[in-house]
Design a binder for this molecule. Structure first.
Ligand code: SF4
Length: 390
């Protein structure tokens, strides 16, 4: 067994093991992690005087000038670790036995995504049917119960088996193979006035804040895209992207306020944008009224779509990326190359604002970031038009 301790500190009472995590709280799998490290260290003949987790204090506010005192908070978990250290030898033996045998048979489940995404997911789901029961939305233990009953495919679930209306709807549509759009949604979209603004934000979070006045893991918006649809049918587009390493939040808010005018619904797809607008209003009291008026104009498309539209190929997901191929297959996120999702956008942004990035590379990343965010709002336009039955 090989372990690599983050910090070993020697003092008069012995050796202290300190495990550093970017998390803001003690989690049970960290205690297991420390138990393995502590067990190996003590098997090597050293006795640990204490075992600590060093986490990030979520209440820390960076005051600038490299003033990071107070960023970390230390938790003594010696007792918790010692309680389970006796199990480590068994874990090790069990794993060694498993490695000598055939590939273990196991069902995919919550453990595949929590506490971490498992890299074997594609492998473990390689023989699944096209519509596995695990994609039933917010289904808790239902997929496990179905598998226990020998049902692997949504199309094999008996008509009277599912108690939840939403699950039954997904089953019925999947069995029929025909998408379903409930007419109430069409009426909701048709009732919206003009101009209609479709907006989407990208944001960045830093474990260690780099901008004065910000906290660890605070969502800091750096880019927005907006499609504007007029009653004439004409559609325009505008956007904002911070391209240097200065804090982007104020300029983000000011440019957005200017772009959204004073009337017309502002369509979003999730509550993410509303949360960021509220935070910006708290951050900049002089912009709070204007941002508050934008919040009052928000219309969230996601619950409308979730409650009224389902296509078998959405496979239990109502995300833009799942819905779009069923309503506008000509738009393809895969064609976006280097920036195709939110995490890629964050990586591209960090590289783009880095002073060592070559100008040609920076220009390319700016273009890719803009194309990605524009695709998100164009996708919303397409989804709204589809529901409106244009
Ligand atoms: S994906 Fe990973 S966690 Fe899930 S069953 Fe396969 S090996 Fe286990």
């Amino acid at each position: 067994m090989l372990v690599r301790a983050d910090i070993l500190e020697r003092d008069e009472s012995g050796i202290r093991l300190i495990e550093v995590k970017s998390s803001t709280s003690v989690k049970s799998h960290y205690v297991m992690d420390c138990a393995i490290q502590a067990w190996v260290i003590e098997q090597c003949g050293y006795t640990l005087s204490s075992i600590e987790l060093m986490c990030i204090d979520s209440g820390f506010v960076y005051q600038g000038n490299d003033g990071y005192d107070g960023l970390f908070v230390r938790h003594d978990i010696t007792d918790q670790v010692r309680e389970i250290m006796g199990d480590v030898a068994n874990w090790s033996n069990e794993l060694a036995t498993m490695l000598k045998g055939a590939c273990p048979e196991t069902n995919v489940g919550k453990q595949c995504h929590n506490p971490y995404e498992c890299g074997y997911f594609d492998y473990c789901t390689r023989d699944e049917s096209s519509y596995p029961v695990r994609v039933l939305p917010r289904a808790g233990m239902v997929p496990h119960e179905l598998k226990y009953e020998g049902i692997e495919d949504i199309r094999d679930i008996p008509a009277d088996r599912l108690k939840n209306n939403n699950h039954e709807w997904v089953r019925r549509v999947t069995v029929s193979g025909m998408p379903e759009l409930k007419p109430e949604a069409t009426a909701m979209i048709q009732a919206l006035g003009y101009p209609r603004y479709y907006i989407d934000f990208e944001s960045i979070q830093f474990a260690i804040p780099i901008w004065k006045g910000t906290r660890p893991f605070q969502q800091l918006p750096f880019q927005w895209s907006c499609h504007v649809e007029h009653s004439t049918g004409q559609i325009g587009h505008c956007d904002y992207l911070a391209t240097d390493s200065n804090p982007p939040m104020r300029e983000f808010a000011e440019t957005l306020i200017h772009a959204l005018g004073v009337t017309g619904p502002v369509l979003v797809y999730s509550s993410f944008e509303k949360s960021r607008l509220k935070e910006l209003a708290d951050m900049y009291p002089d912009l709070a009224d204007a941002l508050g008026r934008i919040i009052e104009r928000l219309v969230d498309l996601l619950p409308i779509v979730r409650q009224h539209y389902y296509h078998p190929e959405m496979k239990g997901s109502w995300s833009v990326k799942s819905v779009l191929p069923t309503v506008a297959p000509e738009l393809d996120y895969k064609a976006l190359d280097e920036v195709r999702d939110g995490s890629m956008a964050q990586m591209a942004y960090l590289e783009m604002i880095n002073s060592v990035t070559e100008p040609t590379r920076k220009a390319y990343l700016i273009e890719r970031l803009k194309a990605y965010c524009e695709m998100d709002t164009l996708a919303m336009v397409k989804i709204a038009h589809f529901i409106e039955v244009r």
